[in-house]
Ligand binder design. Structure first.
Ligand SMILES: O=P(O)(O)OC[C@H]1O[C@H](OP(=O)(O)OP(=O)(O)O)[C@H](O)[C@@H]1O
Ligand SMILES: Nc1nc2[nH]cnc2c(=O)[nH]1
Length: 180
């Protein structure tokens, strides 16, 4: 799998430092609020499990599965709810945890859903933010890294549902796409 990577953008060590920074900041901001921390499947799984270990506060965890990339490098433009939350979010403080914000469509979809369900507050923590990809307005409150306009994989992020288990974030060799 390592052989398919052209360039590492964020190493394991760099990601660990970002998880500590973001986790400590959120723990400070959410002390005594008992937030619901919502991981967005599947991409945010690795980031979510690492960042919550840096948060020494009471919190509930939940997951939502939404998808719009169909395995390729371009957004289909249509966000689908694959699996819903299990906790009622009404009057609760929500932290959405994402691996990446690119076009912003996924985040907007989830924010609209949580607002409809009367969440008390909604904040967003993302490992990666790609502002150059935006199609709709979307902003995160806690950001690990601003990424260049490239399709990245690893640490939860996939290409064709592969590469999620790489411990770092990188860019694939061009021939991997060409051979598909
Ligand atoms: O800002 P956007 O352009 O909407 O892209 C961001 C979303 O794309 C990826 O999810 P994807 O739909 O690929 O599902 P996955 O997490 O299961 O891989 C990623 O995990 C984000 O949720
Ligand atoms: N794997 C991956 N998924 C994405 N979803 C939105 N942008 C990206 C990206 O750069 N890489």
């Amino acid at each position: 799998m390592d052989n398919d990577i052209e360039r590492v953008l964020y190493s394991e060590e760099t990601i660990k430092e970002a998880c500590q920074r973001l986790g400590h900041q959120m723990a400070h901001d959410y002390q005594d609020k008992n937030p619901i921390i919502v991981g967005v499947l599947k991409g945010a799984v690795l980031f979510m499990t690492d960042v919550i270990r840096e948060m020494d506060i009471l919190a509930e965890l939940d997951f939502i599965d939404v998808s719009s990339y169909n395995g390729g490098t371009a957004s289909s433009g249509e966000v689908k709810l694959v699996h819903d939350l299990s906790i009622d979010v009404a009057d609760r403080d929500i932290i959405l945890v994402e691996d990446i914000i690119d076009t912003g469509r996924t985040l907007k979809f989830m924010q609209d859903l949580l607002k409809e369900r009367h969440a008390h507050s909604i904040k967003v923590c993302t490992l990666l933010d790609k502002p150059s990809g935006r199609v709709v307005e979307a902003k995160a409150d806690y950001v690990g890294f601003i990424v260049p306009n490239e399709f990245v994989v690893g640490y939860g992020l996939d290409y064709g549902d592969q590469y999620r288990n790489l411990p770092y974030v990188g860019v694939l060799k061009p021939e991997i796409y060409e051979n598909k």
